[in-house]
Design a protein around this ligand. Sequence first.
Ligand code: G6P
Length: 482
Amino acid sequence: MTVVGAPGSADLVIVANRLPVDRVEEPDGSAGWRRSPGGLVSALEPVMRENDGIWIGWPGGTEQDLQPFQDDGLDLVPMTMTAEEISDFYEGFSNATLWPLYHDVVAKPEFHRKWWDAYVSVNRRFAERAAEVAAEHSTVWVHDYQLQLVPAMLRELRPDLRIGFYLHIPFPPNELFSQLPWRRQLLEGLLGADLVGFQLSGAAQNFIRLVRRRVGHKTHRDLVYLPDGRMVRAAAFPISIDATAYEDLARSPEVTERAKEIREAVGNPRRIFLGVDRLDYTKGIYARLRAFGELIAEGSLDVEDAVFVQVATPSREQVEQYRILRDDIERLVGRINGDLGKIGQPVIHYLHSSYPREEMAAFFRAADVMVVTPLRDGMNLVAKEYVACRFEDDGALVLSEFAGAAEELRQAWLVNPYDINGMKAALREAYDADGRDLARRMRAMRKTVTQHDVSAWARSFLHELSSVRPSHGKTVRPAKRS
Ligand code: G6P
């Protein structure tokens, strides 16, 4: 048996800021790991098994003496982070510079040279670790905005590798990206990859245009021609979810029962509206709750007939903008409930908590109108999860035009999340929609989500990556179908 993380052992290396497991305390007090609920790991698990795959990432926290380990057959290499790196690399450059800059500057990005230095050094450590464990001519797939320098750093160390990069969030146009003092370094970092994947083709085009303008390389359509003869391809691969797993969960007797309980707990109103988001300023939670509050205040909806359930998952709580947002939202919820609620009948049921997948599936089944109104979002998987759970072809989706998912889920009620009156009208229409209209829309959206699931996404990215440099040695073997 090979040792996990042994040098040169892996034919497929996934590099992401986070490991796909969370640290948990076992009943006997010892530390253990629990698989995190994200779809990415379920998509990659089969290909990882087939290709001696390994996943490099940070488990959260500041623990320093972490060794590579196996969890449920997956080989995991934990990366450590000091308290200062968490503050400068993770909370700072990743989440207070890049995150707002890439999301339309909906919050003001901060530029600090010290944060940039931390970003460079953490990226280098990830690249070095990947270079160590990757077998000769193997494939490395780097994920997301926290690690955009890794591709070039890795290529420098290991020119034999096939390198893919995927950005899970939007990629901004020149007008915004160019604010970044280190714009050229970031573009050059990404150009270390053979294939750079984005959620939408508009983002891939932004990247190509920026490379031409800021780095000066020749480009043609989706290709960049580098002076050393290498080519880099930039293309869209819209990510998705494990639709079958969600549908199976939603159909289970436990979830069916739990959905009934949830409806009863909020007073069995005619319609339940639902929002489910990380508590993030890009998600448009504030404006959406205002819109709903106004509908109740004006008497256009009655609290006996309609309630709003907002699940807000705690996120990045050390970052100032997130703290401000939490206070703003909680003040608004308090005001709406105080002004418009009745005893035992709040207008908004606000839950600041994260829940396991089963509970989320029950919320999705309980809700008549799913409200997903981000100001900007790379894709938004919650919208797709809702659709996957609605196997009875009912339920309405109100969806922001500025979520990547809006390019696929055209039959939703599409809204501009900055237009409160427009949102109010859409919420009201979704409330009133008849069964035939709902079924027609949901059937079409379900077809999209089931046909383009997350394993199709992973397969198409890896297939494309294999074909970028056909002369290259190994290619990733597709996962065996179960
Ligand atoms: C987004 C990002 C991911 C990130 C996740 C949770 O989906 O694209 O890279 O892991 O948010 O955020 P966190 O900061 O807790 O990792």
